[in-house]
Design a protein around this ligand. Structure first.
Ligand code: NVA
Length: 366
């Protein structure tokens, strides 16, 4: 019997992975959920349309290279089938003038054991993104009799799903931080909304970031879906744009996590790790002062690494501080150049989605 899909965490030996593709990527027009995430001084504000072809080509070179490095190390790599993203999305509830990309797969697909869940994402421009992964999921379904293929309840993304007076370009970073601390985010609780990249999988425990892309109703959905798991809502008060946990709180092996020093896990939420002997270490400072042009993410993609096993990690080659810290933490580091892919949705972890890691569902926090 072929077992294709199995992954319970981000650090057990990686054997099969999906690596994204940048083809046809667009900057989407502003919409209720995206406005909040584009910094006010970003040149992306107000612009939309296909990304410049040369940037797509450069990103694809680095994505192809990541795939090659993984294959050389014996990891099977699958790639999505990009659509023409430069098309409107029309539903009975909304219209938006273009889609975005099928980067990064980590936002769209959540692997929990033998199951892959297509996430209930809050961006209207990402409504059809899962279609790029359908040929692969369909193939896994044919090959693996135990593969569970799940689509989270499809959100309608009507106007009721967003707070329309939430975004204000005059709002200061301090005010944004107050909102984060108060857990006041752009989405409402009208329906279940989450990006897969907000979910940190540690065996029987799922740590889910409550922020701009994931709401409380999603946590409730996970609780009901996995009654034998422990679902923890986590938040990082130092983050003015809280989306996706993987440039904030990144496990390297059982017992060791790096935490963004500007977005520390609150004392109360640290207890479960400390009680179980886990070490939470401040991540090294990024080597860069600014993200690359037309990038949604922060400089903290420095810590968005791809762990291949408990001793091996791929880190972006120019992130010298992070490379050095990994070495000190006892990891063998594979540096690869990846900054040309950042603008398409993130770093090395973002740009991949797990299909198979060795290992089983451990209880790390009994
Ligand atoms: N909030 C994150 C997203 C990274 C994957 C950031 O620091 O940009």
């Amino acid at each position: 019997m072929t077992k294709i899909v199995n992954s319970w965490n981000d650090f057990d030996p990686l054997k099969h992975v999906i690596v994204g593709r940048a083809d046809h990527s667009c900057v989407p027009p502003e919409e209720p959920a995206t406005s909040e995430k584009v910094p006010v001084d970003s040149p992306m504000r107000g612009m939309w349309g296909p990304r410049p072809l040369e940037t797509v080509e450069k990103a694809n070179i680095q994505l192809d290279n990541l795939a090659r490095v993984l294959e050389e190390r014996g990891v099977k790599v699958d790639r999505p089938s990009p659509l023409n993203w430069n098309q409107p999305v029309n539903t009975p509830d909304f219209r938006t003038d273009s889609m975005m990309t099928c980067m990064p797969p980590r936002d769209t697909l959540l692997t929990i054991g033998n199951e892959i869940i297509e996430a209930a994402m809050s961006f209207r421009c990402r409504y059809w993104e899962y279609l790029a992964f359908r040929p692969l999921l369909s193939q896994y379904f044919e090959q693996d009799p135990n593969f569970l293929w799940t689509q989270a309840p499809r959100p309608r993304l009507s106007d009721k799903s967003y707070k329309h007076n939430y975004y204000d370009e005059k709002i200061s970073i301090e005010e944004r931080l107050v909102r984060t601390a108060n857990k006041d985010f752009v989405t409402t609780e009208e329906e279940i909304l989450f990006d897969a990249a907000d979910v940190l999988r540690l065996g029987k425990d799922l740590f889910i970031q409550h922020g701009l892309t994931t709401n409380r109703k999603a946590m409730e959905w996970f609780k009901r879906k996995y009654p034998n798991f422990r679902i923890h809502a986590v938040n990082f008060p130092g983050d003015p744009y809280p989306i996706h946990i993987d440039a904030t709180f990144v496990p390297l092996r059982p017992g060791l996590i790096i935490n963004n020093p500007h977005r520390k896990l609150p004392v109360e939420q640290r207890k479960i790790f400390e009680k179980n002997g886990w070490q939470i270490v401040d991540a090294a400072m990024p080597a860069h002062k600014e993200p690359p042009p037309l990038c949604y993410s922060s400089v903290w993609l420095s810590m968005n690494c791809l762990v291949l096993d408990h001793k091996t990690v791929i880190v972006e080659a120019s992130e010298t501080n992070q490379l050095e810290q990994m070495d000190k933490l006892g990891m063998n580091v594979i540096p690869i150049h990846f900054r040309d892919a950042y603008a398409f949705g993130g770093g090395l972890h973002c740009s991949t989605a797990d299909v198979y890691r060795e290992g089983s569902c451990e209880d790390y926090f009994p």
